[in-house]
Design a binder for this molecule. Structure first.
Ligand SMILES: Cc1cc2nc3c(=O)[nH]c(=O)nc-3n(C[C@H](O)[C@H](O)[C@H](O)COP(=O)(O)O)c2cc1C
Length: 220
């Protein structure tokens, strides 16, 4: 992987990762005991919108926030969509992710050598000129599934505006990684919000989102 930051190593130590097992992954179709990731549609569209908020985000057990019903990045994605009137697309794998933090640490590593497949596609990507791309920082980098998403479409001439949630790393150089994957796209200024702030202090997160959107000229 491009970068493994010390914050990620610290996270593993804090999580007691040395004792991790090997969580088996189950296809969404074959899963019988755990619920599907959620019942929400992957894509929500509004007639005439030229802005898309595409994001990857997981609920269940997450660092610093415990077991959550809605992922930290999804909360920020929804704030952006609400403020801009953008369409949304939730990036999801065809396979279930583990519901424990330790399990996620292990599967995220496995995915680097065995990339996941994305369930569903963005209809009419050609119709969007601005794509807000949201993700959690994983190991100081983009989650592999977000790289797969970027490799799945032609972003030539579009503007990609990155935003992330994290546990201390900030954007951690991910805009540069996006540029490497999509050299023909323009990059907007990124936003990093701590996951625990998105989850537990939504007013503060909303303020950060609104001033960032205003600074970028996406809202008045
Ligand atoms: C596999 C994994 C690796 C992570 N690596 C980092 C990291 O390197 N730096 C960091 O600040 N946070 C790291 N985190 C914490 C997440 O970025 C943070 O909890 C995020 O808000 C989760 O967002 P989500 O609920 O939208 O998935 C990691 C979390 C996981 C599950």
């Amino acid at each position: 992987m491009k970068r493994i930051v010390s914050a990620a190593a610290a996270l593993c130590l804090m999580a007691g990762m040395t004792a991790c097992g090997s969580p088996a992954r189950t296809s969404a179709a074959a899963q019988t005991t755990a619920p599907a990731p959620d019942d929400e549609p992957k894509e929500e569209t509004t007639a005439g919108s030229h802005i898309l908020v595409a994001y990857f985000s997981l609920a269940n057990e997450q660092y610093e926030v415990g077991v959550i019903e809605k992922g930290n990045t999804q909360i920020v994605a929804e704030l952006i969509a609400e403020a801009t009137g953008a369409d949304t697309f939730k990036i999801e794998s065809t396979e279930e992710y583990p519901t424990t933090y330790d399990g996620l640490l292990e599967v995220s590593r496995q995915e680097e050598n065995d990339p996941p497949q994305i369930a569903g596609t963005v209809e009419n990507m050609d119709g969007y000129d601005t794509i807000f791309l949201g993700y959690p920082i994983w190991w100081g980098d983009l989650p592999t599934i977000v790289k797969v998403f970027l490799q799945s479409y032609d972003f030539t001439g579009k503007t990609i505006v990155p935003f992330c949630t994290h546990a201390g790393s900030g954007l951690s150089g991910t805009p540069g990684t996006i540029e490497d994957i999509c050299p023909d796209a323009s990059m907007g200024e990124g936003l990093a919000i701590r996951g625990s702030t998105a989850q537990n202090d939504r007013d503060s997160a909303a303020q950060s989102v609104e001033s960032w959107l205003a600074d970028g000229g996406y809202i008045n």
